[in-house]
Write a protein that binds this ligand. Structure first.
Ligand SMILES: *Cc1c(COP(=O)(O)O)cnc(C)c1O
Length: 427
């Protein structure tokens, strides 16, 4: 097709009708041809989504248990959020932080209210929120704690997942995330997750912060021992070290409370937020925290062209309000218990363990299970789920699902496990 015709067709047909004309096969071919191969997607094309359901171009329905890794907490195309975005598109979508916007003002107030924090810094992606927290912690260490220049250390944990920038993958313990991407940023010390003694031993006078996920989700939904989060908080206070919870995945009701740290007395100095903050529509992230840390930033220290844009702020604020009004954290707790109990009650020989909090549930299958076969079996029964690590499948559906759909997920999981099990005994 002539270049001019190509562009004209997009203008005349519109992007949506062009998209609707693609088959699943054509879609896969185009993506694999034009996109660098940094993902290995499931063999599924999603052409439409609503609530907890996704549909392929042929109309096949799937229950979305991936939920864009917890980013779709409100369900796909949540009506109030879509309405908010639409109305904002009649007002103003993008300014830079070179000016003020009323949406930014309202969003920051709402976010600080929701998180019970003093101030926040709006960004776009989760990794940017983590980068922002690292910069805040380091500057706090140099300007408030008196750590000598360039000597600040941040303690992280083995098995962590905080995003994909070069600084962040540098302190990952997953070889595949970091191999061939060095040299890495110094200043990070990694200790074993869930062991308070390991953190204690790693603290030095130069320790600026401890950065942890309250539950390691990517690592396979790993929950630390009871009392760990509170013990970390206590230790941080005693040793004048900042506590940073990365709640990008666990936050906003996912684990059955507003934030996972609330399961214990473990209030952070800084909290990294993202994913569900965008209401399943847009990338919206932020760091929120205590004034004495947040105020170390001065003009010029940090920024982002798109961070805090009016459209993102409008959607972010609406996402917070919807979460409160619908009581999504409470819902997540009740339905999460139902999902876990349902999966345990299957007493399926292929299941080694079911663990999780709220609607962040991991199903670990026994060694020897063909996980690629099981993944396909899940798809065949109409469930979208993907293995995280170590034979653990993540179930993180929208928090808006109802009891009946939880029971439906459990029944479909049983069918899939049976199908994959039959396969295993045959080979
Ligand atoms: C997803 C995630 C991130 C990174 O967020 P992106 O938006 O993908 O950059 C960071 N931390 C945790 C715990 C996450 O789950």
């Amino acid at each position: 097709m002539e270049d001019q015709d190509y562009w004209r067709r997009i203008r005349e047909d519109g992007v949506q009708s062009l998209a609707a004309s693609l088959t699943a096969r054509q879609t896969e071919e185009l993506v694999n041809r034009w996109c660098t191969h940094n993902y290995h997607p499931l063999p599924v094309t999603i052409a439409r989504a609503e609530g907890a359901w996704c549909f392929d171009p042929d109309g096949r329905a799937y229950i979305d248990c991936i939920g864009a890794y917890s980013a779709v907490a409100h369900g796909h195309l949540s009506p109030f959020l879509v309405e908010t975005a639409r109305r904002q598109l009649d007002v103003c979508a993008l300014t830079s932080r070179a000016v003020y916007s009323p949406e930014l003002a309202l969003f920051l107030e709402g976010l600080c209210r929701f998180t019970e924090c003093d101030m926040a810094c709006p960004m776009n992606t989760g990794a940017e929120a983590v980068e922002t927290a690292i910069k805040l912690a380091r500057k706090w260490a140099y300007t408030r704690k008196g750590v000598p220049d360039d000597q600040a250390q941040i303690i992280v944990s083995n098995g962590n997942f905080h995003g994909r920038t070069t600084t962040i993958v540098g302190f990952s313990s997953e070889p595949a995330y970091k191999r061939h991407f060095g040299p890495f940023t110094p200043g990070f010390v990694s200790v074993s997750f869930g062991e308070i003694e390991a953190i204690e031993a790693a603290i030095t006078p130069n320790t600026a912060a401890i950065l942890l996920e309250p539950i390691q989700a990517e690592a396979g939904i790993l929950i630390p021992p009871a009392g760990y989060m509170a013990a970390v908080r206590k230790l941080c206070t005693e040793r004048n070290v900042l506590l940073i919870w990365d709640e990008i995945q666990t936050g906003f009701g996912r684990t059955g409370k507003d934030f996972a740290w609330r399961h214990e007395d473990a209030r952070p100095d800084l909290i990294c937020l993202g994913k569900a903050l965008g209401g399943g529509l847009l990338p919206v992230s932020a760091v929120a925290g205590k004034r004495n840390v947040m105020e170390v930033f001065q003009p010029g220290d940090h920024g982002s062209t798109f961070g805090g844009n009016p459209l993102a702020c409008a959607v972010g604020l609406a996402a917070l309000a919807e979460m409160r009004v619908l009581g999504l954290p409470e819902r997540s707790y009740i339905l999460g218990e139902r999902l876990k109990n349902g999966l345990v009650a299957l007493e399926h020989p292929s299941v080694l363990e079911v663990r999780g909090r709220g609607l962040l549930v991991g199903l670990e299958v026994v060694e020897g299970t063909e996980t690629t076969v099981l993944t396909q079996a899940f798809l065949d029964t109409g469930i979208l789920t993907k293995e995280t690590r170590n034979r653990t499948f993540r179930f993180a559906p929208p928090l808006t699902i109802d009891k009946a759909l939880v029971d439906e997920i459990v029944q479909r999981v049983r069918l899939a496990l049976d199908a994959a099990d039959v396969h295993r005994t045959r080979v």
